[in-house]
Design a protein around this ligand. Structure first.
Ligand SMILES: NC(=O)c1ccc[n+]([C@@H]2O[C@H](COP(=O)([O-])OP(=O)(O)OC[C@H]3O[C@@H](n4cnc5c(N)ncnc54)[C@H](O)[C@@H]3O)[C@@H](O)[C@H]2O)c1
Ligand SMILES: O=P(O)(O)OC[C@H](O)CO
Length: 338
């Protein structure tokens, strides 16, 4: 058995491209996916629905969780957030005692309002030190073409996080080790919501000033929530905060930005979701983020305006006006960049 065996759970866009990174970093990689046709296609070297003509040679795929997970010392979870608990419960029996589990997922669980590393720890019944978050400006379509970027590998065990980073480092993918797991996760979740708002402004043909405003005030909302949850404010200036926020708010490759853009162009929520290729995590997580913010007394006017649109309560123009007309906070908090 290879000493460098990685299992990636989920054969979508990020699972496939993360598998490519791991292969290029010298690992023996197995992707687990549910559908036999998709597994057959990956074993033949492509996954056209998710990565177009990018070749996946050398990556093995299987529908068997036991086959995929049991020999791996790194297990990367890349299914949508709503499926993480179910997926973890299914692979738990096959997880090696020494394996590290990586959350590639940017979401909050409905009901528990837990971030994904906590969901994994809970569902796997394992030590929190074994579960790490990987998050950064990681638009999969760019990485698939070896356009360079970086990411944060955040874990409470620095030695383990450093080892994981060394296992996924390639010439085009540079990992940085961090210890602020909740900060990395809040960054990855809130940037999706801000990207929907920026996409909507772009779809409405609002200019760069407006988009910069939403990005900057969105960063403030991200940092406020993160700090209230125990994150360090400086995390939000790093790759998992500002880095990912800028990438996601700037690119039509982002599903969250594109979804918002369609809303800005006049589609309703169902039409915009229908037109989206792949998972739109921001739409799923926005109500959960607002529930957390409400519990903690954190003000998130951009997230609230976005949710008002998602709920069909207001149109995008009205929502945008609400952000600009919302009462100013005068206790000094708003004066800080983060
Ligand atoms: N695509 C990216 O650029 C990117 C980058 C970083 C992080 N992410 C995050 O990665 C996560 C996955 O996103 P994605 O882009 O791969 O989504 P995707 O929509 O491209 O693929 C998701 C895959 O998961 C499968 N799936 C859904 N439910 C499942 C279940 N219960 N069991 C097994 N498989 C299931 C789907 O069939 C699909 O193949 C999201 O949280 C996203 O925010 C994505
Ligand atoms: O396509 P999105 O909007 O899910 O964004 C993908 C990644 O999270 C960008 O880092």
């Amino acid at each position: 058995m290879s000493a460098r065996r990685v299992c990636v759970l989920g054969g979508g866009a990020w699972g496939s491209v993360f598998a490519l990174i791991c292969r290029d970093a010298g690992n023996d990689v197995t992707v687990w996916a549910r559908r036999a046709e998709q597994v057959d296609e990956i074993n033949a070297g492509t996954n056209r629905a998710y990565v177009g003509d990018v070749r996946l040679d050398g990556i093995r795929a299987t529908t068997s969780l036991e086959d995929a997970v049991s020999g791996a010392d790194l297990v990367a979870v890349a299914v949508p957030s709503g499926s993480v608990r179910e997926c973890a419960a299914a692979f738990a029996p096959y997880l090696r005692m020494d394996a590290s589990v990586l959350s590639l997922v940017k979401g909050v669980e409905a009901g528990t309002l837990s971030f994904m590393t906590d969901v994994l720890v809970d569902a796997l019944g394992c030590s929190p030190q074994r579960v790490l978050a990987v998050s950064g400006p990681n638009l999969s379509a760019e990485i698939a073409r070896h356009q360079p970027t970086g990411t944060v590998v955040a874990g409470s065990d620095a030695e383990r996080a450093g080892y994981v980073a060394s296992r996924i480092h390639t010439a085009y993918f540079r990992p940085y080790v961090g210890s602020d797991i909740i900060g990395a996760e809040v960054g990855g979740v809130v940037k999706n919501i801000v990207a929907m708002a920026v996409g909507a402004c772009t779809g409405m043909k609002l200019g760069v000033n407006t988009r910069s405003f939403i990005i900057n005030r969105g960063l403030t909302e991200m940092a406020r929530l993160g700090v209230a949850l125990g994150a360090r404010s400086e995390t939000f200036l790093g790759l998992a905060g500002l880095g990912d926020l800028v990438a996601t708010c700037s690119s039509e490759l982002s599903r969250n930005f594109s979804f918002g853009y369609r809303l800005g162009q006049g589609m309703n929520v169902s039409e915009a979701l229908e037109a989206s290729a792949g998972t739109v995590e921001g739409a799923t997580s926005c109500p959960h983020v607002l529930a957390l913010a409400g519990r903690l007394g954190v003000d998130m006017p951009i997230a609230q305006a976005t949710q008002d649109v998602l709920d069909g309560h207001v149109d995008v123009e009205t929502a945008a006006l609400r952000v600009f007309r919302s009462p100013r906070v005068t206790d000094g908090v708003d004066a800080r960049a983060v």
